[in-house]
Design a protein around this ligand. Structure first.
Ligand code: NAP
Length: 243
């Protein structure tokens, strides 16, 4: 049976790199995006041509439970199983908490945190039946320590970290591992708000002396996905020694 990975937010950045990594390792894929459907479909074509894997594309809002249901149901109907779920889709919000509207708060919570609940809940029955599976969240160091002017983002990632520890305990008896990767600075669109001087200053703060590439984060996700299931409930910090 071919392995199948469902990756949220795979049109760009870390999610696209994770799709490339899993595709290159022979996984069939279900991938989604919110707006960049052309990029997503072009990635799907690239991976099919390079590695002969099947790639299903979906467009919608991961914060919408009905979209998560549709994506998981269609993936299961097509491939029969999901071996790995990567909860990657996320957005940032930079600004003082006092300036944040309730609509902005609800949007970041549904995109970054509720999506992790929805996709995890929906893949669990199949994984429990198979007595195997891997759930990996792409979290952030701000979920470990909190960041000024990123309170909502930090709260979501902190929530993801606790969710991971708790669900890891709940699913270990079923042979399913649940882990999170708390990323430092990865060179993607999410950091395009920084100008050249700010990028240099930030890189200087990181003992490794640079941002990580999305490919390095993808290699990390693949390592966690292929580790023994005894590795579970962990928040693995991937930050070049930064925090
Ligand atoms: P990115 O380059 O901005 O890409 C975000 C991806 O998520 C895109 O594919 C985007 O789709 C998708 N997405 C966003 N909102 C969505 C929604 N509501 N529904 C469906 N898809 C949605 O971000 P990235 O840097 O790769 O970040 C990926 C993950 O890593 C996020 O969870 C982020 O918090 C985490 N992370 C990143 C860093 C970093 O330094 N980059 C550090 C720590 C943690 P569209 O293209 O359609 O918008």
């Amino acid at each position: 049976m071919n392995k199948t990975a469902l990756i949220t937010g795979a049109s760009r950045g870390i999610g696209a790199a994770i799709a490339r990594k899993f595709g290159s390792c022979g996984y069939n894929l279900a991938i989604c995006c919110h707006n960049s459907i052309d990029k997503l479909q072009s990635l799907a074509g690239e991976l099919h041509n390079l590695y002969g894997v099947e790639v299903l594309c979906f467009q919608g809002d991961v914060g919408d439970y009905a979209f998560a249901q549709e994506m998981v149901q269609k993936t299961l109907a097509h491939f029969g199983h999901i071996s790995v779920l990567i909860n990657n889709a996320g957005i940032s919000h930079i600004g003082l908490l006092g300036d944040m509207s309730i609509e902005e708060w609800n949007n970041i919570v549904s995109t970054n945190l509720t999506s992790v609940f929805s996709f995890s809940k929906l893949v669990i029955p199949g994984m429990v039946e198979a007595k195997s599976g891997r759930i990996i969240q792409i979290s952030s160091v701000w979920g470990n320590v909190g960041a000024s002017c990123e309170v909502a983002y930090s709260a979501c990632k902190g929530g993801i970290n606790s969710f991971t520890k708790a669900l890891g305990k709940e699913l270990a008896p079923s042979g399913i591992a649940v882990n999170a990767i708390a990323c430092g600075v990865i060179d993607t669109d999410m950091n395009k708000c920084f100008d050249e001087d700010e990028r240099r200053e930030l890189a200087d703060e990181i003992p490794a002396g640079r941002f990580a590439t999305a490919d390095e984060a993808a290699d990390m996700a693949y390592s966690v996905a292929t580790a023994p299931a005894y590795l579970t409930g962990q928040i693995i910090t991937f930050d070049g020694g930064w925090i």
